[in-house]
Design a binder for this molecule. Structure first.
Ligand code: WTA
Length: 643
């Protein structure tokens, strides 16, 4: 972030006047944080039984919010809007990858969710059972999530790009009884299989999966087993009425797996009342959603937390109208997103820096061909947005008028934590700025002391529990404590991100400080990719680093030592790249694989990834004095320069 800019964008008074989030919220939250959250919980959520206690932190770091309250999350996202007379409001403008469309009102969504809930019940799914969802971005994905929420059956959505192995390990860890998938998915004019990966993942005696519910999306051929049942056979014949039962506020809503510093993904657990409160509140005050007039569009996939909080739970709890798009930004042409904004009159766009940088590369003349004048708020999430991309976004997409909210948060935090409030905050390109009302953060030095000096780099921590915080890691309470609550003692939640203040007190996020990479806003663990590489018969050892990349933020760079007899050639390199794509996901495919004869290691045997990162980013190599053999780096550097 050396291109730090001093340009500031104060809010437009006309925007402020109509904004959902007002400056008073900060003072209210500071004066009485728990009272503040209780207010938000009652404003944004309808409780079947009101709560008497706000926060129970007696068993820290395991929080309980609004614990004696009861609600049904699906009722909050669907039924209550119909009951309030908004049944004919569009919930979802679905834009399919092949140009097929559906307009789904809240009344229609209610019917579909009820049918799906009845279908899952017929399959034996009861409150507390886990359901895995492996679907493309089609309405059935949202309907499935809400049907699970309605039954109190926690869902575990697995991103549609993940491999059979990834599904298998997630399904096994969550002990899912049912998997919901589709025959295939549309990708850039082609049909890609989807069910085949599930078939592989649920095969064998030891699979907990009893049923696989299959949506017909592409009509492609699929193998069929006695576990399988077609969605249209089972769901379509169900009654479209279903009585939603209230659940305790702390009832598990979902598990979402994310990369950690070891090879084993962490099952992040979110519960109902606190999660829904913060998802809806942030969607209202940060995205400035006015449900009666806005057309909101979050481009994230439901396989990631952004899709959970800002495509499903937040906007639907608020009764908003939104666009759901199945396809990619460049098919059939590079103006596809802007065409969609023009078509539906999208007013709020929430996307990722990597997408913006890609559009920058394609050129400003592409969005310029479309009418984007309906837009009034832009958002960014997933990784730091560099000031250059921020300014491009504001000018070329936001017509120099839309505020941009750069929102920092994590799968673990469940909802937005640090972000400007449009209409309140004077915007500073490249910085996520301040914790939102109700949230408190600090930056600590190596010794764990908070500081406020500008430009000094430290570690971001959160200092108070928040309603949508993770309630733990599925089945692994110790790992939860170790990962988040031990680095700086049990008073601070350690986020894993480096951060600094500027001279105005704005927070700048500087990327991960652990072995987690961020490629196009997707979290990948170095350990997971290394273990995929060493699972290949040609590889003896592997080290992976994330190297700075202009488009994707970071790119996966692998260094491998081959086994005796393995051929050192371009085709081996290609094979290893594809192997990682197959084992994990195409997202994890290394941009480069470099074959080396040794890896730099400390005397205790730890690979010094920091030095490999220097090589991968073409920098002067840093302090290598702790290496067992300092000449290793010379060899690696030579190898690099010969390429
Ligand atoms: C990074 C995505 C800077 C950060 C919601 C965090 C960001 C990780 C931002 C979480 C941002 C997310 N500025 N960095 N606005 N948003 N990050 O769990 O490193 O997929 O720890 O959640 O993404 O990624 P996750």
């Amino acid at each position: 972030m050396s291109d730090h800019t001093t340009q500031e964008f104060p809010p437009d008074p006309a925007f402020t006047e109509q904004a959902v989030g007002q400056a008073e919220l900060f003072a209210q939250a500071d004066a009485d944080p728990e009272g503040f959250w209780a207010d938000q919980a009652r404003r944004y959520v309808t409780w079947s039984k009101d709560f008497t206690e706000v926060l129970d932190w007696s068993n820290a770091p395991f929080a309980r919010w609004f614990a004696d309250g009861e609600l049904n999350v699906a009722h909050n996202c669907v039924d209550r809007h119909v009951e309030a007379g908004h049944g004919e409001r569009v919930a979802i403008h679905f834009e399919g990858a092949e140009g097929d469309t559906q307009t789904i009102t809240y009344a229609e969504l209610q019917r579909r969710v009820c049918q799906a809930a009845n279908a899952l019940t017929e399959l034996g799914v009861a409150t507390g059972d886990r359901v895995a969802i492996y679907l493309p971005m089609i309405p059935e994905a949202i309907v499935s999530m809400l049907a699970c929420a309605r039954l109190g059956a926690p869902h575990s959505v697995v991103f549609g790009g993940f491999s059979a192995d990834a599904i298998r390990s997630r399904v096994a860890d969550a002990e899912a009884r049912v998997v919901i998938t589709a025959d295939g998915q549309h990708r850039k004019g082609k049909v890609a299989p989807l069910k085949a990966a599930v078939d592989q993942a649920v095969s064998g005696e030891d699979s907990p999966v009893e049923h696989v519910l299959v949506v017909r999306r592409t009509g492609g051929d699929v193998d069929w087993s006695d576990k399988d049942v077609w969605w249209h056979d089972l769901v379509d014949r169900q009654s479209d009425r279903h009585e939603a039962q209230p659940m305790p506020a702390e009832h598990p809503l979902y598990i979402l797996y994310t990369s950690g510093t070891t090879g084993k993904p962490k099952g992040i657990l979110h519960t109902s009342g606190g999660y829904l409160t913060q998802a809806a509140y942030t969607n209202a005050v940060v995205h400035d959603v006015h449900p009666e007039s806005d057309v909101y569009w979050c481009t994230a996939d439901i396989g990631w937390v952004t899709g959970h909080s800002y495509l499903v739970y937040g906007p639907l709890a608020n009764g908003a109208t939104q666009v759901v798009y199945e396809g990619t930004p460049d098919h059939p042409h590079q103006g596809r997103w802007w065409e969609i904004i023009q078509k539906y009159g999208v007013t709020i766009l929430y996307t990722a820096p990597t997408a913006i940088r890609t559009c920058m590369k394609w050129g400003a003349e592409i969005p310029a061909k479309y009418d984007l004048s309906s837009l009034r708020v832009l958002g960014s999430v997933g990784e730091p947005i560099n000031p250059e991309a921020w300014l491009w976004y504001r000018k070329n997409i936001g017509g120099d008028r839309c505020p941009i909210v750069d929102t920092w948060w994590q799968t673990e935090t469940g909802a937005i934590m640090i972000s400007p409030l449009p209409g309140v905050t004077s915007l500073e390109p490249g910085s996520a700025q301040r914790p939102i009302p109700g949230i408190s953060a600090e930056i600590l030095d190596d010794a764990g002391e908070p500081f406020t000096e500008a430009e000094k780099v430290g570690y971001l921590v959160l200092t108070k529990p928040w309603p949508s915080m993770l309630r733990g890691l599925w089945g692994d309470p110790e790992r939860y404590k170790d990962t988040y609550w031990s680095r700086f003692g049990d008073k601070y939640y350690f986020a894993g991100d480096g951060a600094k203040y500027d001279d105005k007190g704005n927070i700048w996020l500087l990327g991960r400080v652990d072995d987690v990479m961020n490629v196009s806003g997707h979290r990948l663990s170095t350990a997971e990719i290394e273990s995929a590489l060493v699972s290949h018969p040609s590889v003896a050892e592997a080290a992976v680093v994330g190297a700075a990349d202009d488009t994707t933020g970071q790119a996966v760079c692998a260094f491998v030592i081959l086994r005796e007899g393995a051929e050192q050639s371009d085709s081996t390199v290609e094979e290893l790249r594809s192997h990682v794509a197959k084992e994990i996901s195409p997202i994890a495919k290394p941009k480069s694989v470099m074959i080396v004869s040794e890896l730099p290691k400390t005397r205790s045997g730890k690979i010094m990834r920091r030095l490999l990162k220097d090589v991968a980013e073409g920098r002067e190599i840093g302090d290598a004095t702790t290496l067992t053999d300092a000449s290793v780096m010379d060899f690696i550097k030579q190898g690099m320069s010969q390429r």
